[in-house]
Design a protein around this ligand. Structure first.
Ligand code: HEM
Length: 175
């Protein structure tokens, strides 16, 4: 387990808290919020940041040169008397090419396999995955479209994300 997100101010998890800050898709959150029985749970290492985006903590900060970043946290959305149920857990970012892949567990089982939910544009292939950097141009894959009941088409845009690095441990900074 990692430490809880740092909150330097007395505000909710600041937008500078380390981890993956991702709003998923604004219109989907608005849709869930509009349903009389719409529910969203944020657990297991996920939190909300000051901007209302989901914040996934580092499961294992990537070492320089790593091409995969693992995060922890689980989102569950429910509505329409249980007919709508979406789980997005333990996201992973994999960058091998000009387009990266965002994996997540979407099945109900604790150890459900990771599927590629979306792809995104990589700002610079030499970027340190532990941050800071921004993933843009996220679009749904086949598996991703299935997670949303086939309502969205493949290629549907999702929100950008930001990766904020953990502060360097004391005594490891140059000066
Ligand atoms: C009784 C079952 C359902 C009903 C009556 C229903 C109804 C609707 C309606 C009326 C809309 C469009 C209007 C709006 O934005 O409010 C919508 C949008 C949507 N529904 Fe459902 N739905 C149902 C089940 C599901 C299921 C099982 C899923 C799977 C995850 C789903 C995912 C979505 C998504 C992703 C949107 C688009 C949200 C957006 O980005 O605007 N719905 N639904």
């Amino acid at each position: 387990m990692t430490d809880p997100p740092q909150q330097p101010d007395a505000t909710p998890a600041a937008r500078t808290a380390p981890g993956l800050h991702w709003g998923l898709k604004r219109s989907f959150l608005t849709y869930i919020a509009r349903q009389p029985d719409g529910r969203c749970s944020v657990t297991d290492g996920a939190d909300l940041d000051a901007d209302g985006r989901f914040l996934f903590a580092f499961a294992d900060p990537a070492a320089p040169g790593d091409r995969e970043l693992r995060l922890c946290g689980e989102l569950r959305f429910a509505a329409h008397h249980g007919m709508l149920f979406v789980r997005i857990a333990a996201p992973r970012l994999v960058v091998e090419d000009a387009r990266g892949q965002l994996f997540a567990q979407v099945g109900l089982e604790e150890d459900a396999p990771h599927v590629v939910l979306a792809t995104f544009a990589v700002p610079d292939r030499s970027v340190a995955l532990s941050g800071p950097w921004t993933g843009t141009g996220l679009t749904l894959t086949d598996d991703g479209a299935e997670v949303f009941g086939g309502v969205y088409d493949v290629g549907e845009p999702l929100d950008d994300f930001i990766v904020v690095p953990a502060p360097a441990p004391p005594g490891t900074t140059d000066s």
